[in-house]
Design a protein around this ligand. Structure first.
Ligand SMILES: Nc1ncnc2c1ncn2[C@@H]1O[C@H](COP(=O)(O)OP(=O)(O)OP(=O)(O)O)[C@@H](O)[C@H]1O
Ligand SMILES: [Mg+2]
Length: 508
């Protein structure tokens, strides 16, 4: 095949510098490759040329008479968000580098030039530019008002969670939320609170793991003056301050047995005593507790009070790990990009399909919080309006690439460990939560497949499924058409027709 070298496919580079010699020497270096070069002697001229010629890449001097390099850069980047700019600077200080990148430069080079370095930067910038142009990007189907709850997810597993949230908002029932770190336990607790009749009152969170053992009781119940060294005055605890509202007891599994006893008393009697006090105070507080530890195991080991466990777990809500709801990832990413855009931190709106594929395939041990961090980091360094694979954190790319190759099977939610899926014993009162993982995983897998296949315009979803399932059934029954058609739920005649069609297509 003969390579096309028409004006359309030859990358064009604009050099903006008020020093003619620099323009000349840089032009020669870049001209040694198949690039179309144009030159401007000032920022103003460069802006005009960029508007007319739409270059693929700009080399821009940071110090120029008239409009400065940084000003020119800002102009160019706001008028052409996809345009990549490499700054040229005479001094290589950390500050110049920081400034350059802060204003959205793709990279910078130092004068005098190292020709190889210049060519390497040009090449990598043009590759990025090409990736940006071909990246169709994930197009969200969800409008921003659908995100108003702040909890995103349409996977069956999350729909179950939403149902339970809806069921527990009307009453003051205690809810025990479990789930790996970063799965959204606090977010869910806040959501329950916001939908409850207590919404106008206080919501407070206490992280039992973060407060030293000797202070936790004072934090929760308050103390009287002089009750312990350092208790210089009387102080109200969270239960008192939260009267009428909702208290979120996070990491409840990290609480000592002595404190557990006191918590049980509040839950049963609605009464507290400050540390060192004798007065009994009535409080009306709804408790939502969370843990990423297995409380049932702790109960068996006698490190968690059984009676408190049952009292807390009137309703248990298990948040699925992100691995169990990979079909939610594109939507969560979109939500996070919208949030970032609103706070004007970035103007990234899309994720290239290959990058989204990596995001969906990653195992996310830190769950949604880890995803959030990854998106934030990628959006900050992305050029243009699309996150590309190269923008994703390196450790994420490495982790995914080290995993088995991309197949739908590796992307579907993994089945939770038996300990997690076992139907919880007595405390479950809400329908639908008893077996969250078994069939839900198949549902989630189908959900994922549906979403993946929706993107393909050349073939309908059912056509594609047929193309996959018919050969599987034929294989399973050793080519027996009668049994294969029974298994597929179609007549033998239909199966024959489909097989002919498939063979016909293969022969073409
Ligand atoms: N379904 C979701 N949709 C959108 N954002 C989410 C979702 N789940 C969690 N997040 C976000 O992820 C971050 C972590 O959530 P949160 O703090 O509620 O998790 P957690 O389970 O309490 O974590 P940890 O165990 O580390 O305390 C938050 O910024 C939260 O807003
Ligand atoms: Mg938390």
């Amino acid at each position: 095949m003969i390579a096309e070298t028409s004006a359309q496919t030859t990358p064009s580079i604009l050099i903006i510098d008020d020093d003619e010699e620099i323009r000349y020497s840089l032009g020669r270096v870049l001209g040694s490759r198949q690039y179309r070069i144009s030159e401007a002697g000032s920022g103003e001229e460069g802006i005009a040329l960029a508007k007319k010629g739409a270059p693929d890449l700009v080399f821009l001097d940071i110090r120029m008479g008239g409009m400065s390099g940084i000003e020119t850069l800002q102009h160019l980047r706001s008028a052409h968000p996809q345009l990549l700019v490499v700054l040229m600077t005479a001094f290589g200080t950390a500050q110049t580098a920081i400034e350059a990148m802060k204003f959205g430069a793709y990279d910078y080079v130092m004068k005098p030039f190292d020709a190889d370095k210049v060519l390497a930067i040009a090449e990598s910038a043009l590759k990025t530019k090409a990736d940006l142009q071909t990246a169709a990007g994930y197009k969200p189907k969800v409008k921003s008002e659908d995100y108003k709850e702040g909890i995103v997810g349409s996977s069956p597993a999350m729909q179950e969670v939403f149902k339970v949230i809806g069921q527990v908002t009307a009453s003051d029932v205690t809810v025990l939320i479990s789930g790996e770190s970063g799965t959204g336990k606090e977010l869910v607790a806040r959501c329950i609170f916001q939908h409850s009749h207590r919404a106008g009152k206080a919501f407070m969170a206490v992280n039992c793991a973060a407060i030293p053992e000797n202070l936790i009781e004072s934090e929760l119940f308050g103390h009287e003056r002089g009750s312990f060294t350092g208790a210089t005055g009387q102080r109200s605890g969270k239960f008192e301050l939260c009267d009428g509202g909702t208290l979120f007891l996070d990491e409840i599994g990290d609480m000592s047995l002595a404190t557990q006893t006191k918590i049980l008393r509040v839950l049963q009697e609605g009464e507290i005593q400050r540390v060192g006090g004798s007065e009994t105070l009535k409080v009306d507080v709804r408790v939502i507790a969370a843990t990423n530890r297995d409380l049932e195991v702790m109960v068996k080991a006698k490190t968690f009070r059984e009676d408190l466990y049952y009292r807390l777990a009137v309703v248990r809500l298990r948040l699925p790990s992100l691995r169990e709801r990979t079909s939610d990832i594109p939507e969560i990413v979109d939500f996070m990009l919208q949030k970032l855009e609103k706070t004007k931190k970035t103007r990234v709106r899309k994720v290239a399909p290959e990058a989204m594929d990596l995001l969906v395939r990653h195992r996310w041990p830190g769950n949604v919080r880890e995803l959030e961090n990854a998106i934030y980091r990628s959006a900050v360094i992305a050029q243009g309006d699309t996150i590309l694979v190269k923008d994703l954190p390196q450790e994420l790319r490495e982790a995914v690439l080290a995993a088995p190759p991309a197949t739908i099977a590796s992307s579907v939610p993994t089945v939770a460990r038996p300990a997690e899926v076992a139907a919880p014993a007595a405390p479950v009162t809400v329908a639908g939560m008893a077996s969250p993982a078994g069939p839900a995983s198949v549902e989630a897998a189908l959900d994922f497949i549906y979403q993946q296949l929706s993107a393909d315009k050349a073939e309908t979803i059912l056509e594609r499924l047929e193309r996959e399932m018919i050969p599987r059934a034929m294989k399973e029954f050793g080519g027996n058409q009668v049994r294969a058609s029974e298994r597929l739920g179609i007549t033998r005649a239909t199966l024959r027709k489909r097989l002919d069609a498939v063979r016909g297509a293969a022969a073409e």
